[in-house]
Design a protein around this ligand. Structure first.
Ligand code: ZN
Ligand code: CA
Length: 497
């Protein structure tokens, strides 16, 4: 009898949850759970996160909070990846663009509801000086609307498998995360509103994921719920820029979000409270439930603080500085080059270097290289091979161009060609004798002996260049015994006073 009742209860519960499409009570941000998943699935994640956080703290120490603000506004190139199964999930451009508008309002404190920030919190409210722009060029250098659309057979996506971030699992691969903020939009399981990676996540998992129903603001967002004003993206990008939930991690007053000007708060705030709610003896004004990093309804959150703004700026500079060089929204052309692995830029005379040309922004049609001291001296290939026959330090120049623009990148002394043989100079010497070996390290030990064979100096050669101090030696003729991978060599050197 009791078992039967239990069964009925379970069945009723099941039926109830299957029919109920309303979200679980409160904002369903899965970021904290997602970061736990990353820790489980990626052995290096915790360590990289810690290093990323330390780098931010270091950056903020060097330039205290607030000083990052008042600098030039940062514009972060964004690509939205719409991944859909049912037609309704293939949300309109208009809805996506309304999301971009919300982000630019919220992060610049241009949102229409700043008046809802209580007077006592207004002094803390910040223009973060962070903006978002829609990419106009894709990683291959082609024009783009900044919105990709991928049809999938998968009915929903989960933060546990992170499957929306890979074509192989029914989603779509990210664009270069050093140059774009990737925002995936799809049907998330369990009505999760969204989740984000935090600094330190692997490149393949870096970015923000949003429930398609939470994207953009009404009327473009037609979902009838508390999350139709686009604040989920504001909140998740806060995480992407290193912010924690305003209450910290657990239901306790002992943890915190690590931000000085957010009041200590015990737990998340659900719905939309009226007036002041307090916890953790946090003073006359109580919890800052109007903060974008709390869990209140979209209509009830309206500010980031100065401390949060400074922290996000710190993350941009310490962990995500590559975004500053992105031309994804301006569509300029940038030449780039390196030497192909494993060839070093330090070589021995007579060696070849394989260059690797690349670009950012719009795709170039032509490549024009100039190799000071190299053969050939010029090339129009993308990845030319060049021989250097004379020791020296040489400039490399690459100009890329297409029908509408060109860009030249010049690197002075990029290729360093060493002599083929060990150099010992000056001879005679009075202060130091310098030993300079070829690019490929061969010498391990250097001994200086007098004509009785007594060892006066004995040094390991750790670097390519060694300075032997002979200032204390009397004038005379000495012998250098240089031993390494190709045997023992003897050089006579004179010391003069
Ligand atoms: Zn969150
Ligand atoms: Ca706090």
């Amino acid at each position: 009898m009791r078992l039967f009742t239990l069964l009925l209860f379970l069945l009723a519960g099941f039926a109830g949850s299957a029919q109920d499409t309303a979200p679980a009570r409160g904002r369903g941000c899965a970021t904290d759970s997602y970061l736990e998943v990353l820790k489980q699935q990626d052995a290096g994640f915790e360590q990289r996160s810690r290093l990323a956080t330390e780098a931010v703290q270091q950056a903020l120490l060097q330039k205290p909070a607030g000083q990052y603000l008042r600098q030039a506004t940062v514009s972060i190139p964004v690509v939205f990846h719409v991944v859909y199964n049912k037609a309704g999930e293939n949300i309109s451009d208009e809805q996506v663009l309304s999301q971009l508008a919300v982000l630019n309002e919220d992060f610049r404190r241009m949102n229409a509801d700043t008046a809802n920030t209580p007077a006592h919190f207004r002094p803390f409210a910040a223009d973060t000086e962070i903006e978002f722009c829609l990419a106009i060029v894709d990683p291959q250098g082609n024009s783009s609307s900044g919105i990709t659309r991928t049809r999938t057979t998968r009915e929903s996506f989960s933060f546990v498998s992170d499957n929306i971030k890979s074509s192989a699992s029914g989603g779509i691969d990210p664009w270069d995360n050093t140059l774009y903020l990737n925002i995936w939009i799809g049907n998330l399981a369990n009505d999760e509103l969204g989740y984000s990676s935090s600094p330190g996540a692997a490149a393949s998992r870096d970015g923000v994921v949003l429930n398609y129903r939470a994207v953009g603001a009404a009327p473009a967002n037609t979902s009838l719920w508390e999350y139709n004003l686009g604040r989920t993206a504001t909140h998740e990008i806060g995480h992407w820029l290193g912010l924690k939930h305003i209450w910290g991690l657990g239901i306790t007053c002992r943890d915190s979000d690590g931000i000085e000007d957010t009041p200590n708060q015990e737990n998340e705030t659900l719905g939309c409270p009226e007036g002041i709610t307090s916890s953790c003896n946090n003073g006359p004004y109580g919890n800052m439930w109007q903060n974008f990093m709390d869990y209140t309804n979209d209509a009830c959150m309206n500010l980031f603080t100065q401390g949060q703004a400074a922290y996000m700026q710190g993350v941009l500079r310490a962990n995500r500085s590559s975004i500053f060089s992105s031309v994804a929204c301006t569509g300029e052309l940038r030449s780039r080059f390196e030497t192909a692995e494993p060839v070093d830029t330090l070589i021995v005379e007579g060696e070849q270097v394989q260059f690797k040309g690349s670009f950012a922004g719009y795709k170039p049609d032509t490549w024009l290289w100039q190799f000071e001291g190299g053969t050939p001296a010029t090339s129009t290939e993308q990845n030319p091979t060049v021989t250097y026959t004379r020791p020296g330090k040489y400039r490399v120049t690459l100009t890329t161009a297409n029908a509408s623009m060109s860009h030249t990148l010049e690197k002075e002394a990029f290729i360093h060609v060493t002599d083929n043989d060990l150099l010992v100079y000056p001879n005679p010497a009075s202060g130091f004798i310098i030993l300079e070996q070829p690019a490929r390290q061969q010498v391990q030990q250097v001994q200086l002996t007098n004509h009785y064979g007594q060892v006066l100096l004995d040094q390991q050669m750790q670097e390519r260049v060694l300075r032997l101090d002979v200032r204390d030696l009397p004038a005379g003729v000495y012998v250098l015994r240089i031993s390494g991978s190709n045997g023992l060599r003897i050089r006579k050197v004179s010391v003069v006073k």
